[in-house]
Ligand binder design. Structure first.
Ligand SMILES: [Zn+2]
Length: 259
């Protein structure tokens, strides 16, 4: 099972997975219906279903028109049922897409209703559809949840297998790496990841998916327990480094917000 991106809006990706025999696709977080409809028309496929991660408009605005056109199921958080979601999904539920089971992981933080979906296809590396919870080199802003909730989400996600392909929904990588390098300056893996991402962007290529292994090495929001990362974040804020992990994570998040 492979997902590929349809660029949408300013810097969103609508991830698509295709069943070429059935000529059907699934779409994740379609913030813009026209992008998905154009793809279907140009490739002679129809939309089999939609998966949603959270309620923000840039992930859900395309749903009414797509439901209208394709009469397909929409899996997602209960908060969006019944208007947008037809099959509410909760923590631990599994949904089956093209014979692959995806398990919902509740990751409140960016929003309170945020879900990620993790699957282990038989002949392929695992996949994580993570919406605005985890980006390459970053994590979502805390619009609704607390630092403790997002810390829990990061702790849960960084335990996934290292080869898991990580499908975030925004092209924020270069900006994320500018901040990451400021608070994790001697990280060689980060330096290399940044160079790779810059080369991709120069060719107008997508920098995603990432992998859990790469994020463990380079993402400051997975490295909230590395002492020099905590120290540098506190320096940016002109604060004393936090002595507990929740406060340290909160400092890293606030340092990024003001960067
Ligand atoms: Zn969002």
């Amino acid at each position: 099972m492979t997902f590929f991106p349809l660029p949408a809006l300013n810097d969103n990706y609508i991830w698509i997975t295709e069943n070429s025999e059935q000529k059907k696709i699934w779409a994740v977080d379609p913030g813009d219906a026209s992008v998905v409809k154009d793809y279907c028309q140009n490739h002679g496929v129809t939309l089999a279903g939609i998966i949603l991660t959270h309620h923000h408009w840039d992930h859900t605005d395309g749903v009414p028109e797509l439901r209208n056109s394709y009469d397909c199921p929409v899996y997602g958080p209960e908060s969006l049922a019944p208007d947008k979601v037809t099959v509410p999904v909760r923590q631990g539920d599994t949904i089956t897409i093209n014979q692959v089971e995806l398990m919902a992981i509740a990751t409140p933080g960016h929003t309170l209703d945020h879900l990620c979906y993790f699957g282990e296809p038989e002949h392929d590396a695992p996949i994580l559809l993570c919406g605005d919870t985890l980006f390459r080199g970053g994590c979502g802003r805390l619009f609704e949840g607390s630092p403790a909730q997002m810390l829990n989400a990061m702790t849960r996600l960084r335990e996934l297998p290292g080869d898991t392909r990580v499908y975030g929904t925004h092209e924020y990588t270069l900006a994320n790496y500018r901040f990451a390098k400021a608070i994790d300056p001697d990280n060689q893996a980060l330096e290399k990841a940044d160079q790779d991402a810059q080369a991709l962007r120069q060719d107008q290529q997508v920098t995603l998916p990432s992998t859990i292994a790469l994020e463990v090495q380079t993402n400051p929001f997975f490295r909230f327990d590395v002492p020099h990362v905590i120290d540098h974040a506190a320096q940016l804020l002109n604060e004393t480094p936090a002595s507990d992990l929740v406060s340290a994570f909160a400092q890293i998040r606030r340092a990024k917000d003001g960067f």
